[in-house]
Design a protein around this ligand. Structure first.
Ligand code: FES
Length: 103
C-alpha cells in the first residue's frame, strides 16, 4: 500500500499523477468528490491518458477517445476502430487522516 496524496492536495475537479508499481498513473477527484485512479496507458494502443476537467472525461491524447471518469469505461471512441476495454483502475483507500493510498 503506497501513500499517493492527502485529500487536501486534490480539490474536486482536480488531479495529480503518481507512480504506481513503476507505471504512470493518475488520481482524479471528480466534481462530485469521488476519488478514482487509473493507469495512464490507453487500452487501445497505449496512448497517454489525461484528465479533461472541462469535458469531465478521461481523454486519450493519441486518438482522442474518451472514457467515463467514474469507472473508466469507454464513453466515445473513434469511428475508425472498436474499443470495448476500460481503463485499468487502481483501488484506493483513504484513512482517518485523509491520506490516500493506492492498493
Ligand atoms: S491509443 Fe488511445 S484511443 Fe488509440
Amino acid at each position: 500500500m503506497e501513500k499517493i496524496a492527502n485529500l487536501k492536495d486534490v480539490k474536486p475537479g482536480g488531479s495529480l499523477t503518481f507512480n504506481y508499481k513503476g507505471e504512470k498513473a493518475i488520481l482524479v477527484r471528480t466534481k462530485g468528490g469521488k476519488l478514482v485512479a487509473y493507469l495512464t496507458v490507453c487500452p487501445h494502443e497505449g496512448g497517454n491518458i489525461e484528465w479533461d476537467e472541462q469535458l469531465n472525461k478521461m481523454l486519450c491524447e493519441c486518438h482522442l477517445s474518451l472514457f467515463n471518469v467514474e469507472d473508466g469505461s469507454v464513453y466515445r471512441h473513434s469511428s475508425l476502430f472498436e474499443l470495448n476495454k476500460s481503463l485499468t483502475k487502481i483501488e484506493l483507500k483513504v484513512d482517518e487522516n485523509q491520506d490516500v493510498y493506492a492498493l
